[in-house]
Design a protein around this ligand. Structure first.
Ligand SMILES: [Zn+2]
Length: 339
């Protein structure tokens, strides 16, 4: 089952769009390969307004968010889906300008000192010229674009957990938001359900334009799949992700996400039926048709899948000496009889 991506989205940066009776959105001008067309900041309710993910720290963006308020309105809550800087870098400035308390699951999980991906290299597959061009492109890529930047500074004023309810406003402008913990993209990722409209603000958990990046160790594909299944139990009529357009018929969409991930997993299991392999062996085989420059990112994706299979007891890991902790460099093999 193919995923029906929707990339038809052309925001006017800085403009406030009224999306429904209780929802307005301002899109920040920070487009890049992770944010698609930029960070969409939602303002929920009227009178007392909750801001979901303030976005980047650009002053003109934060001005636009505050200009979206009408006479007599104020930001009463700042809600955070997860601690990636394209969502949270602007929090401190917005707090300074509004005094509103912040709500989130908790700070970012531990970040390794060195990028684990540096332990795996596909250099021998590149010609000298390709290698040179690749290294230059990598050097010229700003750090924040090499992977989604974790924000290790953010600590919520109010730590929320699955099932918590946050509300504000009065009369027609009143809103009730339910917290849904959806670890996977990050361990502290939450979605926010707006009860009055039966919609879910999905952050980066489910997006219309692309799949979610799962970067171990904080990103965890096993948890991610469980967090997708969790959404199937809900009766949301629409998702509002942070990047890109709304998702209609969202449960069908989530089912296609799960099928897509299971398909990748089947490819890996298939690769391992030919014998024990390292990630370095699997990637060139699985991604033979794909631009070699993407193999590094592919290694991370294959690693996420292998970690999930490891947690399910379906693969085991060895180094030259015997059993070994999972890493990007160990050898993986199927556990006999695990299917
Ligand atoms: Zn993110």
């Amino acid at each position: 089952m193919a995923i029906a991506f929707n990339t038809d989205f052309k925001p006017v940066y800085g403009r406030v769009d009224q999306l429904s009776p209780l929802i307005r959105r301002v899109v920040a001008k920070n487009p890049n390969p992770f944010t698609f067309t930029g960070t969409g900041v939602y303002l929920v309710g009227r009178g007392e307004v909750a801001v979901i993910d303030p976005g980047p720290t650009l002053d003109e963006h934060l001005d636009a968010v505050l200009d979206a308020l009408e006479e007599g309105e104020r930001v009463s809550h700042i809600l955070v889906t997860h601690t990636h800087s394209d969502h949270t870098a602007g929090v401190a400035k917005l707090v300074a300008r509004t005094g509103a308390p912040t709500y989130g699951f908790g700070p970012h999980g531990p970040v390794p000192e060195h990028d684990p991906l540096d332990t795996v290299s596909f250099d021998e597959y590149f010609t000298a010229e390709e290698q040179e061009a690749f290294e230059k492109a990598w050097r010229d890529t700003p750090d924040e674009l090499k992977r989604e930047g974790p924000d290790t500074e953010f600590v919520p004023d109010v730590a929320v957990t699955d099932g918590d309810v946050i509300d504000g406003g009065v009369g027609d402008g009143a809103w009730t938001i339910e917290v849904v913990h959806t670890p996977g993209h990050t361990s502290n990722h939450v979605c926010f359900g707006l009860r009055q409209e039966r919609v879910l603000f999905t952050g980066d958990h489910v997006m219309g334009w692309a799949t979610s990046v799962i970067s171990p160790p904080d990103g965890d594909l096993f948890d991610y799949l469980a967090s997708l299944e969790k959404l199937l139990d809900r009766d949301d009529v629409r998702y509002w992700p942070t990047h890109g357009p709304a998702i209609e018929r969202p449960q069908d969409y989530v089912r296609s996400f799960i099928a897509h991930r299971r398909g990748r997993e089947a490819q890996i299991v298939d690769g391992l039926t030919r014998g024990p392999s390292t990630i370095k062996d699997l990637v060139p085989h699985m991604y033979a048709d794909v631009d070699k420059r993407l193999w590094r990112a592919a290694a991370n994706s294959v690693y996420s899948h292998l970690l999930a299979l490891h947690r399910e007891g379906r693969v085991e890991t060895t180094n030259g000496e015997g059993r070994a902790e999972p890493s990007l460099t160990v050898t993986w093999s199927l556990v006999a009889g695990s299917g």
